[in-house]
Design a binder for this molecule. Structure first.
Ligand code: 4AD
Ligand code: MG
Length: 428
């Protein structure tokens, strides 16, 4: 039995280590909010039971003091956790002095400077717990779908998503980059294992300072042999549905702590609408967006408008070939567009998935590489995948932090990763 499964421990006497995250007290009774690692529990200390000396000492212990506690788990339906601890005894481990993050409001920069401590607060704890659930559910989902988890390299010599946003580094005498995406390597893996996915950090030296951009973010990248783009979109729909169902079921407590309105999330379950890029441009124009024209990428106001229009995650398909990477396959039924889709989350959280069918014809891919002025030498191995038993294949990348931001209802991706790397932040 897991001793921290407190609901199963009602009536039992238990001991555990914890930190005092908050407290309030009167002359006779004290309520402590204890963080025990996995979560928070209220402890009730009664002067009469604890003895005067111990009680008075406890009342004055500073926030974040670490203690060992012993007590009886009691049911308490007024607590979000459904239980509380009736304190029998305690022992101080380390007294915390001048903890900087108090229960009052603090500015965002101050909190970010203290990220190593900020992750202890209840809200941050809830967001990162949901992040963990999404990772776990991702592994479960892809295992059930018959995928193998494989890891592409982080130090690379190729730049699948364009050369402007690369982090350069020395690799002995050669020049290397930090990976922007594991996709090209996952394509090689799919030709061996059929269905594969990766999960790892990716790096983009983007000069964007928005609530959706991190410099270092984690991406889940499935790649499937014998899948066309329609098959891939169906899988994406199933995957995102699964993540939503899992979090709605398993993270009720955290969603409640965050005050997340779950009705808009529930409405997302089921099929996701699809709109072609060119129709999205028309829709935007009709609704007063004068800055948009065919061939331009969408900014966040455009994405937000389209997503709100449907109130569901929406696939924007068939983007113009010119503004998408070289590896995407042209749609023979809609020339000059590619078989790809961005999945836009509702409520203004932006693009959470980018995916496409990959060009599987050797000669077309070769000319795409040349037309994009890419170094042929660099893509020799990638081209070879089209030489030895090339097959139709597709894949996609889901941005973990944006997905966590959307599901937790958190406005900024910086709170969805323990230590965010932002344009102006490499510390802590
Ligand atoms: O659309 P992107 O650039 O697609 C790829 O990298 C493909 N090679 C993936 C693939 O097909 N295997 O990025 C995929 C997702 C985006 O939809 C977004 O959710 C996230 O990665 N993303 C970012 N998240 C946080 N900060 C950034 N700077 C991000 N850039 C992309
Ligand atoms: Mg994209």
């Amino acid at each position: 039995m897991n001793k921290y499964n407190f609901k199963e421990q009602v009536g039992n006497e238990i001991s555990f280590g914890a930190w005092i995250s908050n407290k309030r007290s009167s002359g006779k009774i004290a309520f402590l909010k204890l963080r025990y690692g996995k979560g928070f529990i209220q402890a009730v200390a009664i002067k009469e039971k604890l003895g005067e000396e111990k009680y008075n000492k406890l009342r004055h212990l500073p926030q974040e003091t670490s203690i060992n506690v012993k007590g009886i788990i009691k049911e308490n339906i007024r607590e979000a956790s459904g239980v509380e601890l009736e304190l029998i005894d305690y022992e101080v481990i380390n007294i915390s002095t001048d903890y900087p993050i108090t229960p009052k409001e603090h500015g965002v920069e101050f909190l970010a400077d203290n990220r190593h401590l900020w992750i202890r607060s209840e809200k941050q704890h809830a967001i990162l717990t949901i992040r963990n659930q999404i990772i776990k559910s991702t592994y479960d989902f892809f295992e059930n779908e018959g995928f193998l988890k494989l890891d592409p390299p982080i130090l690379t010599s190729s730049a699948p998503e364009g050369t402007t946003e690369l982090f350069h580094t020395k690799y002995f005498d050669e020049e290397a980059f930090l990976s922007q995406s594991g996709q090209l390597y996952m394509e090689a893996c799919a030709m061996s294992f059929g269905k594969v996915f990766s999960f790892g950090p990716t790096f983009r030296a983007e000069k964007s300072k928005t609530r959706r951009h991190l410099i270092e973010f984690w991406m889940i990248e499935p790649e499937m042999a014998f899948y066309n783009h329609d098959d891939s979109m169906k899988l994406q729909e199933k995957y995102v549905n699964y993540l939503l169902e899992e979090v709605l079921e398993k993270n009720k407590l955290q969603l409640n702590i965050l005050g997340r309105d779950i009705e808009p999330l529930k409405k997302c379950l089921g099929e996701f609408p699809r709109i072609k890029y060119k129709d999205a441009v028309e829709l935007l124009k009709k609704n007063g967006f004068e800055d948009i024209e065919y061939g331009k990428d969408f900014g966040s106001p455009h994405e937000t408008f389209i997503a709100n229009h449907y109130n569901k995650p929406v696939f924007i398909t068939n983007w113009p070939k010119d503004i998408k990477p070289f590896y995407m396959k042209e749609d023979i039924n809609d020339k000059n567009t590619v078989l790809c889709a961005d999945l836009i989350a509702p409520e203004g959280y932006g693009e959470i998935i980018g995916g496409s069918q990959r060009e599987d014809d050797y000669n077309i891919l070769l000319s795409n590489i040349k037309n994009n002025n890419l170094n042929l030498d660099e893509y020799k191995w990638y081209l070879e995948l089209r030489k030895y038993g090339s097959v139709e294949h597709s894949g996609f990348g889901l941005g973990l932090e944006r997905t966590v931001a959307w599901i937790t209802g958190n406005g900024h991706v910086r709170e969805t990763i323990p230590f965010p790397r932002l344009l102006n932040r490499l510390k802590p």
